[in-house]
Design a protein around this ligand. Sequence first.
Ligand code: ARG
Ligand code: ZN
Length: 871
Amino acid sequence: AVIRLEDYRPTDYLIDRTELDIRLDRHATRVRATLHLRANAAGRPSAPLVLDGDELRLISLAIDGRPAAPDAYEASPERLVIHAPPASPFTLTIETEIDPTANTKLMGLYRSGSAYCTQCEAEGFRRITYFLDRPDVLSVFTTRIEADRDEAPVLLGNGNPVKAGDAGGGRHYAVWHDPFPKPCYLFAIVGGRLDKVADTFTTMSGRRVDIAVYVEPGKAGDAAYALDALKRSMAWDERVFGREYDLDVFNVVAVSDFNMGAMENKGLNIFNDKYVLASPETATDTDYANIEAIIAHEYFHNWTGNRITCRDWFQLCLKEGLTVFRDQEFSADQRSRAVKRIADVRVLRSQQFAEDSGPLAHPVRPRQYREINNFYTATVYEKGAEVIRMLRTLIGEEAFRRGMDLYFDRYDGTAATIEQFLSCFAEASGRDLGHFALWYEQAGTPTVTARGHYDPAAKVYRLTLTQATPPTPGQLEKSPQVIPISLGLVGASGADIPLSPPATEGHAPGVFVLDGPSATLTFTDVPEKPVPSLLRGFSAPVRLEIDLEEEDLLVLFRHDSDPFNQWQSAQTVATRAILRAVAGDKRAADHRMADALRHFLAMRAASDPAFAAQVLALPTEADIAREIGHDVDPDAVHHARRLVKAEIGAALGDELAELYGRLTTREPYTPDAAGAGRRALRNACLDLLAAGRPAEGEAFALHQFRDADNMTDRFAALSVLSHLPGTARETALAEFAERFRDNALVLDKWFSLQAMIPETGTLERVRGLMSHPAFSMGNPNRVRSLIGSFAMGNLTQFNRPDGAGYEFLADIVIALDARNPQVAARLLTAFRTWKMLEPGRRALAEKALRRVAETPGLSPDVADISGRSLS
Ligand code: ARG
Ligand code: ZN
């Protein structure tokens, strides 16, 4: 069934309070729910009460404490209907029995390892008990959890602990009370044998909060970084947004079987352990950065998501886009802001632009869905965050902060909409944001085309900007968007020429707003022909087309005061070189590019290694494929990129080897930004060197692989080796597997690396690894690292010209769908760019997709993705 935004109406009943008594048992967990209901004044009077369920078994039902007559209700696994509920407030006592061990969908109450845990967003609570499972029904929850004391000595719930004790027969219980009304998707419990690291945090008003991170026994040592990141997040949200924590305790639990990254359950965040556990020997710098960002993200949801939640699931970006924006700003403050921006834009382009240009494109706020779990997408999250960022650019930082304060003030305790959110910023800034709101409605990535003309006699520079958005499914006609374009004019000396006018009226210096199909900006008193630097800091999620000469791009690369555009111009030069190589030009990377990089490394490698590492990383194959846009031959893209990389690596060989040596240190590993930056540059040098001088690169890599005292360096070396066929690679892979055979998260890296080898033998290798003892189709991390990396991270092998990659993925998706539809559907999105392939592959991809779509008994998740992909 299709759910539509315009069909929203409030519920007929409200649930003011919910009391749960959950008696944990591996196969027969009993849940007794007492719901305190009353009619909703905004609903229909005396309507039947329809509660949601999913695979539930009703044991007993009482209305106001008396057993319900059999003809008073109708129960099925999916629904509980009370035909004629009492007119005055009443209680329902519902007893259900569920089997957490049989729950392979990992939604609702399930087992991960030996622990019990829950995942309720978006619609998992209905797998625990019958309820009004929608985000606009806010209830105060009290939860009693009972379990075998040996099996589950730790019992955690939402809110504050109120009572605990013995329950007889080797069992014990704990009662948790959450004073903040919340929708049931934020409900959680955990029971198990867990270790913890704990601390306290004192909030800005002086309240003491007990904070802890729980992990599987023996892993507490690897949770210290997460706990530290949590403390920094709590302090940052007070300092930057004035947001204080509101309960006596805050718990984080890491589990190994988890469909997504993590979940912001009130006071009890549950995490995929990949985003909690870290030690220098097992986690890379990227892992540390992800842990920091996701711990912050889930914590920040306490205000943006929990205190203010969403009226309906169409408003998902209200909490997700905003919270991603907040976690991006947090990371930018903890590390290098410029490098963080580049990393975020890389993710946006590789994930969101890819989604936005294919059959799965949808607006930041979709208008309809079949399966809401398929809308936890890069568009809702990443583009959603870009929309917030543009809003801040347009109204300025101060009005933005006033708008946020107003939003927290006015909508605390409610389930809000995008319109209500935007109204706060309109009020705080005195601006009409009606046109800006189109960013939430219109799918597709706008292209902004810029054409500049300099008139030396008049000293006038004219810049004509034009925008166009391609059609997307269901939206054939597009309107112009409000696009903030941060810009500067760079003179021959490299300095910015003062802008006259300085900005579009009412905006910060350097911010020009394109809000129609096209506009011409006229700058006066321009003493020389400038090089325009447009979209500084990536001020809008658009594609920019500008006809700059190679020389002009190199001016920006050397001199632009905006680091994002420095990086971007280097990427553009490299992209053009690779595109020339795709077109058959054998010497695609010209010497000017190598010279510019050489100069850049001499100037910046020492002072800004993290940034230099970003500059040395060439655009990915997927970036190039997107740039080509249609009839893509992945093999041609791969060979072209390889050629250019080898040319640059060869041209800079001496410098790279020398810099590599200079960045080598004996200092012990610390995960901070400075150390991470140095390692990133050193490993970027190694990677490029190995492309240009394979023998020397392999020797360096082998040595680094054996010698490293940390996972960042060891894995970077293995990654370089993985692209050099031969026995050295196979030996190193075997050594790595042996060394980390007991660490599933590290073996995930090993699976993933092998799945991404760009060679024809890889599909067979992946098939073989599926029978490795550490692999399991039941664990989402394993599936994503082996199958997901192959399908999303190996352009040439997933897109094998014989179609075997497609057929392989189709088989996996069909098999996995019966067990875990959410993960199966996510894997299937690897086909999201199939329409841009050359005709041969396109036909084979379509055939595989059709086979999936025509499989009987598909889940709504996979049926939705396969159906839309083919549309
Ligand atoms: N709200 C979580 C987060 O972004 C994501 C949970 C999504 N889970 C799901 N099954 N759809 O932090
Ligand atoms: Zn989130």
